[in-house]
Design a protein around this ligand. Structure first.
Ligand code: BTN
Length: 226
C-alpha cells in the first residue's frame, strides 16, 4: 500500500478525505494541528506520537460486518504494543490502555456507497510525545512503560505491518479485561452501573443491568468507565 509521510497536517483523517484518493493509502503525520477523537472531541497530537490513517476501499462490504474494522485496528495496536514488552488492554470499543491509562485511540469513519465502502481507520498512539499535565493521570506513552527503547518510526512500521493482518473478534476480546466486572456506562442522560458480559459480533457490548436484565448497548450511545 502507498505510504505518505507528512511533517504536519490538521488531521490525517481529514487529509485523506480532502485528497479523495482513488486507491488505498496510509498517511502518517509527525504532528497534527487539529487531531480529532471520537464523539467530536479533539485529540492532542504533539510531536513524538504516532498519528496514522489508513484508507481501505472495498467494492463489496456488508455494513453488518463494520465492527470487523475496529477489531482489526485495536488488535493490531495491541499486538504492536506487546511486541515492545508491554501488556495492553482494550477499553471497548476503541481505546487501548496500559495500566488503566489510555495509550491509543482509534477513529473509524466509514462511507458506504452502493455495495461498496471507503473506510478510514485513524489511530493515535502515544509513543514518546509529552503529555499535557491535565492528561498525566489518564494517559500514558509507550516509552514510559516499555523496557525497550522505542521510536515512533519503529512503532509505526510494526503497526502498519500488523494492520495488514486479519484478526478475529476472539483475539480482540482476549484483550478486554473487564468481563465479569462492574463498569460504569455514561450516557447523555446520566451514568449507571452494569456488569460487562461479552462483546457481540456486531460490536455491541452485552451487559447485565442492575435490575437483572441483559442488554446490548452500542458504542455510539455510551462512554465507559472501567
Ligand atoms: C479517540 O481517542 O477518541 C480517537 C483518537 C483518534 C486519533 C487519530 S490520530 C490519527 C487520526 N487523525 C485524527 O484526527 N484522529 C485520528
Amino acid at each position: 500500500m502507498k505510504i505518505i509521510e507528512l511533517d504536519e497536517t490538521d488531521s490525517t483523517n481529514e487529509y485523506i478525505k480532502r485528497m479523495n484518493f482513488s486507491g488505498e493509502v496510509t498517511v502518517i503525520a509527525r504532528r497534527q494541528t487539529a487531531g480529532r477523537g471520537t464523539k467530536g472531541r479533539s485529540f492532542v497530537s504533539g510531536e513524538g506520537g504516532l498519528y496514522l490513517s489508513v484508507l481501505r476501499i472495498f467494492e463489496k462490504f456488508d455494513p453488518r460486518d463494520a465492527f470487523r474494522i475496529m477489531v482489526n485496528a485495536c488488535t493490531a495496536v495491541c499486538k504492536t504494543i506487546q511486541s515492545f514488552g508491554v501488556t495492553p488492554e482494550i477499553r471497548w470499543a476503541n481505546d487501548v490502555l496500559v495500566g488503566g491509562k489510555k495509550i491509543c485511540g482509534t477513529l473509524i469513519e466509514n462511507s458506504f456507497s452502493g455495495n461498496g465502502l471507503r473506510s478510514l481507520t485513524g489511530i493515535g498512539l502515544n509513543v514518546t510525545n509529552r503529555l499535557p499535565p491535565e492528561l498525566k493521570d489518564i494517559a500514558v506513552n509507550l516509552s514510559e512503560v516499555s523496557p525497550i527503547k522505542v521510536t515512533v518510526r519503529e512503532v509505526g512500521q510494526k503497526l502498519i505491518k500488523n494492520l495488514s493482518n486479519e484478526y478475529t473478534i476472539e483475539e480482540y476480546k482476549s484483550y478486554i479485561g473487564f468481563f465479569g466486572k462492574k463498569i460504569t456506562l455514561i450516557t447523555s442522560s446520566g451514568s449507571r452501573s452494569a456488569t460487562a458480559l461479552d462483546v457481540a459480533a456486531d460490536g455491541r457490548l452485552k451487559v447485565l443491568e442492575e435490575n437483572g436484565e441483559v442488554s446490548l448497548i452500542s458504542a455510539a450511545e455510551v462512554s465507559l468507565k472501567s
